[in-house]
Design a binder for this molecule. Structure first.
Ligand code: F6R
Length: 601
């Protein structure tokens, strides 16, 4: 969702701020803006535009060369994506600017009170109430913006990352966070604040984590972090493990394509050093139930996790949509292990479900791709996936590594509880080790698939069929197609077809079927499902590890045990969705209406 950047240092701020915003574009946004101090005590330079960053850059004109500033990309919640609603928002003097990610739940009440006290509002946003409140608080605190920010945060309900700058102290930028990401980038004679490290990775690899309800004040040479009561605290410093090139397209036409091709590396990086012991700090002997909570693609990975963990570890597993979980008052206690899966580690639905589970005494083992993210920090133990930065909004390599994490957890439980024999453990490890090469093999042969995909560009709807772990794979294939091609797509379990969905099949309906491994009994059943849809006029694209004469189009993938087939079968599905987006002229990396990191419920 919104991207936030603050810079204070010894260079003109416009470049690092705009460059930072560009690196955060992947989060999804619909307007952008920037605030730069001019002269101390004078109104700030402000420019805001609805639409893409390019429109803001075109509108910038001559900018001040001041070496501090803040910038924002907005994903509209309160008020449409207009120039006026774009951030930064200003106080009535025009000297204080504020940017915000999240939702201020009590903004209406605050606005009514502020208007009564004479503040004039320009936008429909929840954010504008905060800048007026901050302006009052700053005066009450004799110009101390950090003290004012603490006072304001104590009055706010909801979730937020806030960044503010005032022309009286142009080198000082003040930030705050609650349930929304904010990291500090530590440079030499320059410091950064941003929604994520991608914004400043080309300047520094040193970062500082901020905790919940903390306020930070940066200048070029200082970083001061305080709790809301004003007590000073130390942030946790860490080194970013990837470099700037990882967040660039590197010759690929889109980030998504690059990330599809990065999957072999992402899988092997996630496996390295993990096959003999995971060191998870969880006493599996004390666990009698596992609940996986996640959203979207991560949820689909969790569905595969159920098959893997139950088969290897013998503990019953439920998989729940994080957004639904806490509202149905599920039964769970200290014998329950909850596994939140999240690429960003910031998804609000998943975070809230995690907190609910924690409050009931459950142990939390999260699977995250983002170091120091909120979900990781609030968990008892974390299994980091090593996918590297995923920039395209549609998840690909993160999904592959989430699947690997599920197998690793299954393996670990099997080993700890002796539910797997030594021979079974060796076979699983061998299979896992072979995955990167097998994915590579698929990627070497996807060109004809891209051509086949183009034949279906005008289809009204595409259906996906799978059985066993092929079913969550079908769900993931359909989700990818919806997100990228804006086409109707649905995934079904093959066996469910005759219970309703078969009514959708008409002459020419494209159906993509994932054939289970030949050594599983399910291959025959899927074969019958394919005959059933073909008999009703469907055109069938079959993803299979063996020859299959009943396919209109056959996509071969290497042979692998049924449990691990999703890692391979999803690759052609990602390529189909990618190609469909390209051929339909859609924005591949930033599909309409979507955000990468969903920090509101
Ligand atoms: C789909 C996609 C989303 C995310 C979901 C959870 O391509 O990316 O469905 O999987 O929003 O995000 P994380 O994993 O960051 O919690």
């Amino acid at each position: 969702m919104c991207g936030i950047v603050g810079y204070t240092g010894n260079h003109s701020a416009v470049t690092p701020v705009i460059e930072g915003l560009r690196r955060l574009e992947y989060r999804g946004y619909d307007s952008a803006g920037i605030a730069i101090p001019t002269q101390p005590g004078q109104p700030l330079f402000i420019k805001k535009r609805s639409g893409k960053l390019k429109k803001l850059e075109e509108a910038l004109g001559k900018t001040p060369t001041t070496s501090s500033g803040i910038g924002h990309t907005r994903w509209a919640t309160h008020g449409g994506p207009t120039d006026t609603n774009a951030h930064p928002h200003l106080d009535n003097e025009g000297n204080l600017a504020l940017i915000h990610n999240g939702i201020i739940e009590n903004y209406e009440q605050l606005r009514a009170e502020l208007e009564k006290r004479g503040h004039k509002f320009k936008s429909e946003t929840d954010t504008e109430s905060v800048v007026h409140l901050l302006s009052e608080a700053r005066k009450e605190n004799n110009g101390d913006l950090a003290a004012a920010m603490r006072q304001v945060c104590r009055q706010l309900k909801g979730s937020f990352t806030l960044l503010a700058i005032h022309s009286d102290k142009p080198t000082h930028i003040v930030g705050a966070r609650r349930n929304s990401p904010l990291v500090v980038g530590l440079g030499t004679n320059e410091n950064f604040l941003a929604s994520d490290v991608a914004a400043f990775i080309s300047h520094t690899k040193k970062a500082l984590e901020l905790g919940q309800d903390q306020v930070v004040e940066i200048t070029p040479n200082s970083v001061v972090i305080t709790n809301l009561d004003g007590t000073e605290v130390q942030g946790k410093e860490y080194e970013i493990s990837w470099d700037a090139s990882a967040a660039e397209r590197g010759g690929f036409s889109h980030f998504m394509l690059k990330e599809i091709y990065e999957q072999p590396k992402a899988i092997s990086d996630t496996l390295i050093g993990r096959l003999s012991d995971l060191d998870l700090k969880i006493k599996f002997k004390k666990i009698n139930k596992i609940v996986i909570i996640a959203c979207g693609t991560a949820y689909n990975a969790g569905l595969v996790g159920k098959y893997a963990i139950e088969k290897c570890g013998g503990i019953p597993v439920d998989v729940e949509l994080a957004s639904e979980y806490r509202y149905r008052e599920p039964s769970l206690d200290e014998k329950t292990l909850v596994i939140p899966i999240s690429q960003s580690g910031e998804t609000m639905d998943t975070l809230m479900a995690l907190r609910y589970a924690k409050s009931k005494g459950a142990k939390i083992l999260s699977v995250c791709n983002t170091n120091g993210s909120t979900i990781a920090r609030e968990s008892d133990s974390v299994l980091y996936t090593h996918a590297g930065p995923e920039i395209a909004v549609a998840s690909t390599k993160a999904f592959a590594t989430q699947l690997v994490a599920m197998y690793l957890i299954g393996l670990e439980i099997g080993r700890k509880l002796n539910t797997l024999t030594k021979r079974e453990i060796d076979v699983i490890c061998e299979e896992l080790n072979q995955l990167p090469a097998k994915v590579e093999q698929i990627l070497e042969t996807v060109e004809p698939l891209r051509e086949t995909t183009r034949k279906f560009k005008s289809a009204e709807s595409i259906l996906f069929l799978g059985r066993h772990v092929g079913y969550p794979t079908a769900l993931e294939g359909a989700l990818k197609l919806k997100e990228l091609a804006y086409m109707h797509a649905e995934g079904f379990a093959g066996g469910e077809l005759k219970h309703g969905p078969i009514a959708l099949i008409d002459k020419g309906t494209p159906v993509i079927a994932i054939m289970p491994s030949q050594d599983s009994l399910l291959a025959e059943k899927m074969s019958s499902n394919i005959q059933e849809v073909k008999a009703r006029g469907a055109i069938v694209i079959v993803i299979s590890e063996h020859e299959f004469s009943g396919a209109d189009y056959l996509i071969r993938i290497p042979k692998v045990t049924q449990l691990m087939q999703p890692v391979l079968a999803v690759v052609p599905l990602q390529v189909i969705a990618y190609e469909m987006a390209v051929v339909r002229g859609n924005d591949v990396d930033q599909p309409r209406n979507l955000a990468k990191s969903v920090t509101v419920e």
